[in-house]
Design a protein around this ligand. Structure first.
Ligand SMILES: [Zn+2]
Length: 492
């Protein structure tokens, strides 16, 4: 009985009309030509240009970002993509305040009491930028010395019965905390895990600044400039020096917090001296770079697929260039390669395909959020969104896809029959803090596929995220996979 059903099924599959790209079917000459236009060395050269000093780390709002946006828009024009706006062409502007940090110094002032001595000495430890500390890239200027107070996760949520600040006075001090929440899977705490929320709380409690403990330093522009507030981060190794007076390590503290899920808060005798010279630019303008190829079906062309990825990174601060080659010049290069391939098709798919390089992802998904709120005419709705973030390191790709749209997985797997790069696939069931540009689309109920490479993604948000870590074939393979997948999806 079972066997008969199986045979019927096999027949049904064999006899059913093939989709636009079934595994056995050969690609049409038109699609093959477009696919072959995706070239590893060309993708690599886009990635290299974007991560070069010329564009100063592509901090949204900064002139380096604006110059890069014009460069990409010129490519869109060269390929004959249609501009999204009649007046502003390929650039979709939106307000994007930003900060440049020119200089920063951090010194620990640690009490030392040799066993034989009566008095305590103060040992000064000057920290090394990027190796041991870094201001968050939205700090205000200032020159302050203050005691440290450890405040767990830095969350004050009395409504949830949880307050890391209960019973301590942090006014005129620096608070020290981890990133995270007391209940890892407790979504009630999620709003408190945004950097902006944590900074606001610390400022309201009167702290000079908030110091994160991270395993390694990662540059971070994801927050707002607050007058008189100086947020920064230190490594857990540095935190261990500070915590020595309590005979505990950062790793132990973190474990305790995770285990007991209760506030753990205490003042320290250790002090820090933090001096920052920063320039805020509240009038900054960010851009999404957007162009499209029009669908061939008179009705369905009002629907679009969005092929996007973030164009921005973290800028140039304190003499340090954050090139963001993998994050996300690689994804931008993939989007550009796919755009060029679609422009080469003689017969376009039924639906329109929009190519969007988003600003402000590193500042909190700002460009993509702006885009979904301002979907430009002539499009009535977004059918599907493909996102590309960090697709340059490694030797294989992976995808997350909207869990309730399993056919997206099928489409990409079928496309991969022609490419052979796809590894891990997993359903997306929710997008929390730290998602990429597919998140605002997902939250609107738009089906998404999130493409990435298998890593190792070393030097994430560090000066070491350079072009030398990029595998040209990796970007091209992801772009080819997504091109065929998008072609099938837009043709259905
Ligand atoms: Zn990224």
């Amino acid at each position: 009985m079972k066997r008969r059903i199986l045979i019927v099924l096999v027949f049904a599959l064999v006899l059913s009309p093939a989709g636009p790209l079934s595994a056995q079917e050969k690609l049409t000459a038109d699609v093959r030509t477009a696919l072959d236009s995706i070239q590893p060395l060309e993708a690599y050269s886009y990635c290299k240009t974007l991560s070069s000093e010329t564009f100063a780390g592509r901090l949204t709002g900064h002139e380096g970002y604006a110059a890069a946006a014009k460069w990409a828009a010129a490519k869109f024009k060269q390929w004959g993509l249609k501009p999204i706006h009649r007046e502003s062409g390929y650039l979709q502007p939106y307000p994007s305040p930003y900060v440049v940090i020119d200089r920063a110094e951090m010194t620990l002032l640690l009490e030392e009491k040799p066993e034989s001595a009566e008095e305590t000495n103060v040992k000064e430890v000057r920290l090394e930028p990027e190796k041991e500390f870094l201001p968050l890239l939205f700090s205000d200027s200032g020159d302050r010395t203050g005691e440290l107070v450890f405040v767990g996760w830095g969350i004050s949520a009395p409504d949830l019965g949880y307050d890391d600040y209960a019973g301590v006075d942090v006014a005129g001090k620096f608070v020290l905390c981890f990133r995270g929440t007391p209940g890892r899977n407790d979504r009630r705490f999620e709003p408190h895990d945004h950097h902006r929320a944590r900074m606001k709380t610390a400022k309201e409690k009167g702290a000079f600044g908030l110091i994160y403990i991270y395993d390694e330093i990662v540059s971070n522009p994801n927050g707002d400039w607050i007058e008189g507030f100086m947020p920064a981060e230190i490594t857990s190794k540095v935190a261990d020096w500070v915590l020595k007076e309590k005979d505990i390590t950062a790793a132990e503290l973190r474990k305790d917090l995770g285990t007991y899920k209760k506030p753990l808060t205490f003042p320290l005798r250790a002090k820090i001296h933090l001096k920052v010279e920063a320039r805020p630019f509240p009038q900054g303008i960010g851009y999404n770079i957007v162009g499209y190829v029009e669908g061939s079906d008179a009705k369905l062309r009002q629907e679009c697929l969005v092929i996007g990825g973030h164009f921005d990174h973290n800028g140039f601060h304190m003499g340090l260039l954050f090139p963001g080659a993998n994050d996300n010049a690689s994804g931008s290069a993939a989007v550009m390669e796919i755009a060029e391939a679609f422009s080469k098709l003689k017969k376009k798919p039924k639906r329109s395909v929009v190519f969007a390089l988003f600003g402000g992802e590193e500042m909190g998904l700002q460009g993509s959020s702006h885009f979904v709120e301002h979907i430009p005419p002539p499009f009535s709705n977004v059918d599907t969104m493909f996102n590309f973030d960090m697709v340059g390191e490694g030797d294989g790709s992976g995808i997350g896809y909207s869990g309730d749209v399993p056919e997206l997985k099928t489409i990409i797997e079928e496309a991969d029959q022609h490419i052979g790069t796809l590894g891990r696939t997993y359903p997306i069931r929710g997008v929390g803090v730290g998602g990429s540009d597919h998140a605002p689309f997902y939250q609107k109920g738009i089906p998404v596929v999130s493409f990435h490479s298998n890593g190792p993604h070393l030097h994430y948000h560090q000066t070491g995220d350079t072009i030398y870590r990029i595998n040209p074939d990796m970007i091209a393979d992801v772009a080819k996979l997504a091109f065929l997948g998008a072609y099938a999806r837009a043709s259905r």
